[in-house]
Design a protein around this ligand. Structure first.
Ligand code: ZN
Ligand code: ZN
Ligand code: FE
Length: 763
């Protein structure tokens, strides 16, 4: 008996070889009918024997391509039309609904084989197939077809076209399919000369890098700057070019085997490094007792004990390492300070010519700029710190409707989000909006998302802070488009973000720890214990306020916070105390700071955890001046001594005071306790404080779920130990971030979730 069903599959099913996969199984189970891509998923009409239809459906579920993700699967009986064959129909743009856009996928093993063996793809650096290659970075519109990508200007040769049209071929409907005869090509510009032959280019690049030169290389989502990771002077010069003082650079290693000589890699980290997303993974550097041949230049990480490492993900990277005599290269984003990474050839030539020793470009446009993503593995789970290439624009599925809500995010490490039905589409990492070019990138991407995902805006959400560029943008947008502008408190949004990621919709205990965020009392918050849901939050307690002498200036000068802390706890007398770091400061500076505090001159009050870390880093003489965001906390974390379980006291009253801790810290300093132990004790104190306070709130409120969010939870030591502590305790279930950044890059998701609940209730 023949039957017929119509199947509608939604999720990430475009651009991942889904239709050929359907086709193959249709053939296998003697199914007739058709499969078609539309902008709201994949539709299948299948006729065949009942048992075969069941096997076919099972295969669709269980054997789908690696990068695909089925989110919904609807099947219903239809009448038989007696198809004689199974066909792949042409895409139709049928509705305003959209389906997932695939993120970019690292080159697959088969393609790597092809560049060694397939005649017209020998050493071809743009080789790809339905299982791999560029996606989001080249897409201009939906449905995902070659004509909607920046591949549209390349006409396929006969060979590629045959592969593209052959359902049984791995390149069937692989939109960016290309070969040596018809696809994009590289050009290398060096010393005023342009080189076109790829084999020669590759040789030249290897020579230059080996001899210590710096090159700009067009990558997948933007340009990279590249140099020898072992060459101290190259790395130093790279810092000068980028105008980047101290922030660690990422290093690409030849392969896993080589990487393991330089860094500790556990099983989950291995999996993450080798995943098709190929992010930068933060790994612990190998200890000092390793022979010096396995040490990258000290200027790469600048005394931070982790290294951002990643493995080749483009055919070009593999081809490079096949010739390069080095095992690793610094491969850092091609930008100057806080500007967005360069994506166009013209801009690269304009910005980098004269600065670097050579520029490698190719003639396919990058349409959507994406940085390399950054992941830290904690308790065997990958946690995204920077969410971009490989992860964007995969949506976050929510349990409620967020359709038409636009969330503009925070300011630093900005990401925005747009709502479509019950999905949140977070943008790629945008960066610091205070930078003019970054703010332009933000606006451009914002409008791209509205178009790409067919958004009909109903309201726009921003942070409470009126000075954030994202808040001002929301205000303007709301006026021009006549839609409401909702403002959400920063730390409430942090907690809501983690709730949304974990599918929670109830009252929880929220712990939002970060550097800064405007509070409802006009002060700067950042150590917030709250009881909240999406509707509202109640601040339970926080660290006591501390004046920040000079406001934002104190972010770059942690010593100011140390002084403010000591002054608050000990009055003027602290000047006469024996604290080593004070010797390094001039007396006049200190008295000026005290005057500012006395007169309340530009001294906003802050409860930010980040500031406590800054103050501690300064008192411990680890970092008195900060050259990049979160340097002091990163250095403090790096200093932690292993296996030190000791901790300091603190006072939990209406607010939380660390005066008892500082008293003992000074005592420890006097007794010359090593810095590593001091740092460990400090971190353990924060961990204890969070744990005990959450337990107390739980006992008082009866709430058994706690949620951690905010940049402080990107601190591996704190997150790991807290998760373990709560796991042992058992009475409270702890929720933390995994696929969404705990820092301000995750804020937009929380804004979206809160606005959805508040707006719908009031509408
Ligand atoms: Zn491939
Ligand atoms: Zn071709
Ligand atoms: Fe924050």
């Amino acid at each position: 008996m023949k039957e017929a069903v119509e199947i509608h599959i939604k999720g990430l099913v475009q651009g991942v070889g889904f239709r050929p996969f359907v086709y193959r199984f249709a053939k296998k189970y003697e199914i007739t009918g058709w499969v078609e891509n539309s902008n709201n998923g994949v539709k299948i009409c299948a006729e065949g024997k009942r048992t075969n239809l069941i096997l076919f459906s099972e295969a669709l579920h269980n054997q789908s391509p690696e990068a695909s993700k089925i989110e919904s699967f609807h099947s219903n009986q239809v009448s038989i039309q007696n198809f004689t064959d199974f066909n792949i129909k042409k895409s139709e743009n049928t509705s305003n609904e959209i389906t997932g856009i695939c993120p970019d996928i690292a080159v697959c093993e088969d393609c790597l084989e092809d560049i060694k063996t397939q005649e017209n793809r020998i050493s071809y650096p743009f080789t790809n197939c339905t299982n791999c290659g560029p996606r989001f970075t080249i897409i201009m519109d939906l449905p995902y077809d070659r004509s909607s990508t920046s591949m549209k200007v390349f006409e396929m040769c006969e060979f590629c076209s045959n592969e593209y049209n052959n359902v049984l071929n791995r390149r069937f409907h692989a939109q960016p399919v290309a070969c040596n005869h018809c696809g994009p090509t590289f050009q290398f510009i060096s010393k005023g000369k342009t080189h076109l032959n790829f084999d020669e280019i590759l040789k030249q690049i290897c020579n230059e890098i080996e001899s210590g030169k710096i090159l700009a290389i067009k990558g997948l989502g933007g340009f990279h700057l590249m140099c020898n990771a072992l060459n101290e002077s190259s790395v130093k010069r790279l810092r000068e070019i980028k105008k980047r003082d101290g922030k660690p650079f990422a290093v690409m290693f030849r392969d896993l085997e080589v990487l393991e000589k330089y860094a500790e890699v556990n099983e989950s980290e291995q999996k993450t490094l080798l995943s098709w997303q190929r992010p930068i993974v933060l790994l612990n550097k190998k200890g000092l007792n390793v022979s010096s041949e396995y040490k990258i230049a000290s200027g790469v990480c600048n005394e931070i004990n982790t290294i951002g490492a990643f493995l080749p993900y483009l055919p070009f990277h593999h081809l490079l390492f096949s010739q390069l005599k080095l095992d690793s290269v610094v491969l850092t984003s091609g930008n100057i300070t806080d500007e967005p990474i360069v994506i166009s050839n013209d801009e690269a030539l304009e910005k980098f010519e004269g600065l670097v020793d050579g520029i490698l470009i190719y003639n396919r446009d990058i349409y959507n700029r994406t940085d390399d993503s950054v992941v830290s593995v904690v308790n065997n789970e990958p946690r995204l710190i920077r969410r971009s290439r490989g992860y964007v624009p995969s949506p976050v599925n929510l349990k409620f409707d967020v359709d038409g809500i636009l969330a503009t995010g925070a300011e630093l490490a900005n990401c925005f989000a747009v709502g479509k039905e019950s999905k949140a589409f977070l943008s790629q990492h945008i960066g610091d909006l205070k930078n003019m070019e970054t703010f332009e990138f933000y606006q451009e991407t914002f409008y791209k998302y509205l178009k790409l995902f067919r958004i009909e805006p109903v309201c726009i959400v921003s942070d409470l802070h009126p000075d954030y560029f994202s808040s001002q943008f929301a205000e303007q947008y709301s006026i021009v488009n006549g839609i409401p502008h909702i403002k959400i408190q920063h730390h409430h949004a942090h907690i809501a973000s983690c709730m949304a990621e974990n599918g929670l919709d109830e009252k929880v205990i929220g712990v939002a720890f970060d550097g800064t965020g405007l509070g409802t009392d006009g002060n700067i918050w950042g150590s917030e214990f709250m009881v909240c849901d999406y509707q509202s939050f109640k601040r339970y307690t926080h660290f006591e306020y501390l004046p920040l002498p000079g406001g934002d200036k104190s972010n770059e000068q942690p010593w100011r916070i140390a002084v403010s802390m000591l002054y608050q706890y000990f009055g003027k007398d602290f000047i006469n105390m024996e604290i080593p770091f004070l010797d390094k400061l001039k007396g006049e500076n200190i008295s000026l700071i005290m005057q500012m505090i006395d007169k309340k001159l530009n001294c906003p009050l802050s409860s930010g955890t980040g500031r406590l870390f800054d103050g501690m880093a300064s008192i411990l003489n680890i970092c008195a001046h900060s050259t990049y965001h979160a340097e002091a906390p990163m250095r403090l974390e790096s200093a932690i001594a292993n296996n030190c379980k000791a901790f300091y006291p603190y006072l939990l009253d209406v607010t939380i005071s660390f005066k008892p801790m500082i008293v003992e810290v000074l005592e420890d300093l006097k007794n010359k306790l090593e810095v590593g132990k001091l740092s460990a004790k400090f971190h353990n104190t924060i961990i204890n404080c969070i744990f005990e306070t959450v337990v107390k709130i739980s006992e008082e409120s009866g709430i058994k779920k706690a949620v951690l969010s905010g940049g402080v939870f990107q601190n591996k030591y704190i997150l790991e130990n807290l998760e373990n502590k709560f796991r042992k305790y058992q009475k409270i279930e702890l929720f933390t971030h995994k696929s969404i950044p705990a820092g301000d890059g995750g804020i937009a998701l929380g804004q979206l979730a809160i606005a959805a609940n508040q707006f719908r209730h009031h509408a």
